[in-house]
Design a protein around this ligand. Structure first.
Ligand code: HSE
Length: 307
């Protein structure tokens, strides 16, 4: 049986103030899964990864999502998966959701493409919930591409927003692991009402900025005063890296997903983006942490077949 090769892009979930409801697919990083049909069952026969990823298909998000899709379409055939992780686990780039999306897409593609990408969100999110929680910001953005607003997961209600043409993202990943589970344990049980109103205003404005293609509105709204303050202590060097980015010309900085990756934004020259990147990497270095980085833009395509 012949192989297909699926690519699912990395994500920046939350996009600042939109905790669990906003997500963005980005170019330049992601997971690749090779898949082929088998007679029955889902098996993972190869994993290339820098981290420890389970090959048990009931514990691996790609395996779980693929099985969910086969169940939904009533298929008794199986699947062999070979996973090449392009994203470190616990990095904040949506690693587990990205694998889940690629697994779901591969199963659907090989068995007659019966489901739309939208219909793959729930099986992928079910898989993601095994390692994180039942939130679709990462899964919906890596599947659909672009920027998404998840109004509700149950029932699922996802809106695809547009993009911002002149948005450049500087993505910096320090060499530390922050598991989403850990980053969710520090979330506040109650929030101050005025902070809630402020975050609501900012999240709504980020949403509007991607509908109206308005970089300046996005830059003004990239602020999270509820979740960022409680998660920042999990990211060594956070404050100095954020300040370094802003003083090098970034118009805003946020935690990507549950961290520790940070992203900064600019709409200026490549040179400015490179200066911001350098300042952020140096900021982590001064905090004693090595960091990797790249400069990128929104991935509008989402999960896809690679030729
Ligand atoms: N919205 C999720 C969180 C994303 O911030 O916990 C996790 O990748």
């Amino acid at each position: 049986m012949s192989w297909i090769k699926v690519f699912a892009p990395a994500t920046i979930a939350n996009i600042g103030p939109g905790f669990d409801i906003l997500g963005m697919a980005i170019k330049g990083a992601g997971d690749i899964i090779k898949a082929r049909k088998t007679d029955s069952g889902v098996v993972i026969t190869q994993i290339e990864s820098t981290g420890d990823i389970p090959s048990d298909p009931n514990k691996n998000t790609a395996g779980i999502a693929a099985q969910e899709v086969l169940k939904i379409i009533g298929e008794s055939g199986g699947l062999e998966l070979r996973i090449k992780k392009g994203l470190p686990i616990g990095s904040g780039l949506g690693s587990s959701a990205v694998s889940a999306a690629a697994g779901a897409f591969a199963a659907n593609y090989l068995y007659g493409k019966k489901l739309s990408k939208e219909k793959l969100i729930i099986p992928a999110t079910l898989a993601e919930s095994k390692v994180s929680a039942f939130h679709a910001d990462n899964t919906a953005s890596t599947l659909l591409g672009g920027v998404v607003l998840v109004r509700s997961v149950s029932p699922l209600d996802v809106v695809q927003l547009g993009t911002i043409d002149d948005l450049t993202l500087i993505v910096v990943t320090p060499n530390i692991v922050v598991l989403t589970k850990t980053a969710r344990e520090v979330l506040p049980q109650k929030v101050d009402f005025s902070a809630f109103v402020q975050n609501l205003g900012n999240a709504s404005a980020v949403t509007a900025s991607f509908i109206t293609n308005d970089y300046n509105l996005f830059a003004r709204s990239l602020s999270d005063i509820i979740v960022e303050p409680v998660r920042a202590p999990l990211i060594q060097g956070f404050q100095q890296v954020k300040e370094a980015a802003l003083s090098s010309g970034a118009d805003g900085v946020g935690i990507s997903g549950s961290g520790p990756t940070l992203f900064a934004i600019t709409n200026r020259s490549e040179n400015t983006a490179a200066q911001i990147e350098k300042a952020m990497v140096n900021g982590f270095k001064e905090a004693g942490i090595a960091a990797s980085s790249f400069i990128t833009t929104v991935d509008e395509e989402g999960v896809r077949i690679l030729e």
